[in-house]
Design a protein around this ligand. Structure first.
Ligand code: CUA
Length: 324
C-alpha cells in the first residue's frame, strides 16, 4: 500500500519538476533560489501524493461490503509508523531550513566591489538614480555580470520591487531604506513589476529594466551625461519623465501613454499657468471629468524644488497648450 503511495508521489514530483514553470534565470542569484524552491516543491508534491495515494487506495480497498452492518474491528496504534512519521518530517523540515538559510546568506551577500542604484517607488512609477553619475532615469539600466546594490525607498505607500527573471524581490517601505543585491547574468530587456497592491494604478506600475554589455552601458552613461548637459532648456520635459508623470498621463510631446490620469493633451490645451501649477501640487482641487480625487499623489509640491516646478509648469504649458 505504501509502495503505491510512493510510486504516485514520485511520479507526480517528477512531472512537476519536468514542466518549465519558471521564467529563464537572468541573474547569478536565480540558481540558488530556484533550487530552494524546487527542494520545497518536490518534497511537498511527494508527501501530498503519498498521503492522497494511500488515502484513495484505502477507501477503495477497505470499503464495507453492501450487507456489512458490523462496527468494524478496533484499531491499534503502530509505534513503528508513528516514530517514522515524526522523525521523517522533522528531518525534512530541518533540511529545508538549513538549505534555505544557506541560500539566503549567499544571495544577500554584498560584494565589496559593486555599483549602487537608488530605486524610488511612488504611486505609480519607479525612478532610478545613479548617485555616482548624478543621473536619474525612468528605466533601470545595468551592465551584465556586475553586482548592483539596489537601495529601495517609497514616497507614499508600500511597493515591492520584482524582476521575475532575477528572482530577487524586496519591499519598498516609506521611512526606511531596504536593500537588494542583483548580479544580472544575461543581457536583454526585462520588466520591473510592483508586487504590492498599492492603489488604483498598481497593475500599471511597471518599468523597463535593460541589461547591457559593460561597453554599451558606458556608452549609455555617456549619452545620458550629454543629454543632461543639454537639458538646461529641456529640464521640464526630463522632469516629466523622471518624476513619473508619464506613467499616469498621456502627453504626445513626451511620448507617454499612461492611462491612470487624464490625457494632458486634452485637459491642458487651454490651461493657464495657475491651473497647471495647482494641478501638480494640489491635484484634488479640480478633478477632470470621469476621474476620481485621491489618485494622484499630493507629494509633488515637496518633492520638486521651486525651480523644478517652474520648469515643469513651463514645459507642460508649451507641450500641451502650444500644440507641441
Ligand atoms: Cu506600487 Cu503596486
Amino acid at each position: 500500500m505504501v509502495l503505491v503511495g510512493v510510486a504516485v508521489g514520485a511520479a507526480l514530483a517528477l512531472v512537476a519538476w519536468l514542466i518549465p514553470w519558471l521564467p529563464e534565470q537572468g541573474s547569478d542569484e536565480a540558481g540558488g533560489i530556484d533550487n530552494a524552491f524546487w527542494l520545497v516543491t518536490i518534497i511537498c508534491v511527494f508527501i501530498f501524493a503519498l498521503v492522497a495515494g494511500i488515502s484513495v487506495y484505502s477507501v477503495w480497498k477497505f470499503r464495507a461490503a453492501p450487507d456489512d452492518e458490523d462496527d468494524g474491528s478496533p484499531i491499534h496504534g503502530h509505534t513503528g509508523i508513528e516514530v517514522a512519521w515524526t522523525i521523517v518530517p522533522a528531518i525534512l523540515v530541518a533540511a529545508i531550513s538549513v538549505y534555505s538559510g544557506v541560500v539566503l546568506t549567499q544571495v544577500e551577500d554584498i560584494p565589496a566591489q559593486h555599483r549602487t542604484v537608488e530605486v524610488t517607488a511612488q504611486q505609480f512609477a519607479w525612478t532610478f538614480t545613479y548617485p555616482d553619475e548624478q543621473l536619474t532615469t525612468g528605466e533601470l539600466v545595468l551592465p551584465v555580470g556586475e553586482p548592483v546594490e539596489l537601495r529601495l525607498q517609497a514616497r507614499d505607500v508600500i511597493h515591492s520591487f520584482w524582476v521575475p527573471e532575477w528572482r530577487m524581490k524586496q519591499d519598498a517601505v516609506p521611512g526606511i531604506t531596504t536593500k537588494l543585491v542583483i548580479t544580472p547574468s544575461k543581457t536583454g530587456t526585462y520588466t520591473v513589476i510592483c508586487t504590492e497592491l498599492c492603489g488604483l494604478g498598481h497593475a500599471t506600475m511597471r518599468a523597463r529594466a535593460v541589461v547591457m554589455t559593460q561597453q554599451d552601458f558606458q556608452a549609455w552613461l555617456r549619452e545620458r551625461r550629454r543629454e543632461a548637459a543639454a537639458a538646461g532648456a529641456n529640464q521640464g520635459k526630463a522632469l516629466f519623465t523622471s518624476v513619473g508623470c508619464g506613467s499616469c498621463h498621456v502627453l504626445q510631446d513626451a511620448g507617454s501613454q499612461g492611462q491612470v490620469g487624464p490625457n494632458l493633451d486634452n485637459v491642458l490645451a487651454d490651461a493657464d499657468e495657475e491651473f497647471v501649477r495647482q494641478s501638480i501640487v494640489a491635484p484634488d482641487a479640480e478633478i477632470a471629468e470621469g476621474f476620481q480625487p485621491g489618485v494622484m499623489p499630493k507629494t509633488y509640491g515637496e518633492q520638486l524644488s521651486d525651480q523644478q516646478l517652474d520648469a515643469l509648469v513651463e514645459y507642460l504649458l508649451e507641450a500641451a497648450g502650444g500644440g507641441g
